[in-house]
Design a binder for this molecule. Sequence first.
Ligand SMILES: *Cc1c(COP(=O)(O)O)cnc(C)c1O
Length: 346
Amino acid sequence: MFNLDNIIRRNIKVLAGYSSARDEFEGMAEVYLDANESPFESKVNRYPDPNQKLLKSRISQIKGVSEENIILGNGSDEIIDLLIRAFCNPGKDAILTLTPSYGMYRVTSEINDVTLQECMLDELFGLDVLKLLSHVQQHTKLIFLCSPNNPTGSIIPLQDIMSLCREFKGIVVVDEAYIDFAESGSCVTLLSTLPNLFVMQTFSKSWAGAGLRIGMGFGSKPIIDVLKKIKPPYNISSVNQNRALSLLTDTAVLNQRIDYIKIEREKLYQSLRSFPQVLQVFPSQANFLLFKVNKARKLYEYLAQRGVVIRDRSTQPLCEGCLRVTIGTYTQNQQFINLLNQYYDA
Ligand SMILES: *Cc1c(COP(=O)(O)O)cnc(C)c1O
């Protein structure tokens, strides 16, 4: 059975978190002389809400998750770091991830002197749950999964996530940065039944807010409370909280954009497949496509020299010859395909 007390670091468990002026007085006042701020109005002379109440209340409505089950970070990257620092003792504990996957799990574990264990996906980027579980050791505290996975675009079935949560005594983190582009649903619906599931989403992809640096974490209240205790109190600026709220006002626009990207993804998938020189195009549930060619680096450079930059993933495990292209606007995708035509006609 999952027991948070068994996996939280002892120093974090006993830590008395920082209590900010805005934590200690929550109501509305006429005169604020409690936080050593400047009294001169500049639109940003006051500290931001450390609990991001307004923003969380809107996210709660959209995602169907209670506010007490939400944490916001300075990008998902901060949430990854908070998870590792809360649960993994440096020099002793480990996290387990899949390869190939998002690079920040490795970097963040290494910064924190936490061992990285990796389980290879199969040739078609599928996950073998039993194989993953066989990598778990006594000091494995967190499993990081990414679904849809970056850079492969593949998805992990909810069934597999459920079995993993039941078998693993630590926390299963599912990074859903690209979930809005997927046909299958988010695993936030499983949160109420699985106390050791933690889900991450972000403003950086479908919400068109990468510049804001806001990541969302969803989990059981005890896990969220631990992360809240160790996060920097004012980790989301007031400017960014307000901009995020305005991005969230229009879910109709969001859905139109998601549909647009999915249609463009299908067109780009077909175009790429029509080139005999493109050896493989992997089906994707995200806003990018991974495809395989001979001499990937040469094609990458040809495109970059002509102003179209994609991502060379060919040095990643299982990704030999692979390039990753983000789905852009119709015109941008057209520019990319035109250059591919030129390249292969020449
Ligand atoms: C883009 C991406 C993110 C987003 O990170 P932010 O710090 O929120 O911008 C998270 N996870 C994966 C796998 C990504 O590809």
